[in-house]
Design a protein around this ligand. Structure first.
Ligand code: CA
Length: 232
């Protein structure tokens, strides 16, 4: 028997919270709900959900502002987030994803559609794996322990190096610009320049070079950086 997936839904529309409560299979999901972000913050002090469903338009702090806050919390920053929104504009989708949401679903949606999205996001984050591990080559990152192991060695990483490696391991073989890395790894609220990104990549590469992985994060000229999943 697999463990239940704990979902936190932050949504001010009671009808949607009820719809989820009735339609998500109880043997698979453990649902916690909050009608605004201040209640959600209190819940998150005691619970680490597997995934957050976050409404865009909320009374008080908006969904987008809440994502920025979550991304600054060391313990919470890795929780995948799906945005729920009534706005269908493409522009909002991009803003949502850039801010750190993993996916986006437009209201009205069917429970089946939502469940499919949830599973895709969790699979992508590999959080459904009972070990909470992400593997690329011989590098194993344990999401629950915030720990990186290569062969049997624990690699000592600073929090920012860990987040950087986590980000690249979750999105291998894709190129990210320095601006995107700043948004995804440091969060939108901090002022970081391109040189800081380069310096941080260099530090991470140095640590990985002890394990012959100095080239795993490649510089893509004129574009940015990419982690390559396969040895070349
Ligand atoms: Ca709303």
């Amino acid at each position: 028997m697999t463990e239940k997936i704990t979902l936190l839904i932050i949504e001010d529309e009671e009808a949607i919270r009820d719809m989820l409560r009735f339609s998500l299979p109880e043997h698979e999901f453990n649902l916690i709900d909050a009608e605004d972000t201040s209640k959600a913050t209190k819940i998150l002090a005691d619970n680490i959900p597997d995934l957050i469903l976050l409404d865009w338009m909320l009374p008080g702090r908006s969904g987008i502002e809440f994502i920025k806050w979550i991304k600054q919390q060391e313990i919470l920053s890795n929780i995948p987030i799906i945005m729920l929104t009534a706005k269908a504009e493409e522009e909002n989708k991009i803003t949502g994803l850039m801010t750190g949401a993993d996916d986006y679903i437009t209201k009205p949606f069917s429970p089946d559609e939502l469940i499919a999205r949830i599973k895709t996001v969790l699979r992508r984050g590999l959080l459904v794996s009972p070990t909470n591990e992400i593997k690329v080559r011989d590098i194993t990152l344990n999401v629950a322990k915030h720990q990186v192991q290569i062969n049997n060695d624990i690699v000592a990483l600073s929090p920012i190096e860990y987040r950087m490696l986590y980000f690249f391991m979750r999105h291998p073989n894709k190129t990210y610009t320095r601006d995107q890395l700043i948004t995804y790894i440091w969060g939108g609220n901090t002022y970081i320049d391109d040189r800081t990104v380069d310096a941080q990549i260099r530090r991470l590469r140095n640590k990985l070079s002890d394990y012959q992985h100095q080239n795993i994060i490649k510089t893509i000229r004129g574009a940015g950086y990419q982690l390559s999943e396969n040895d070349e």
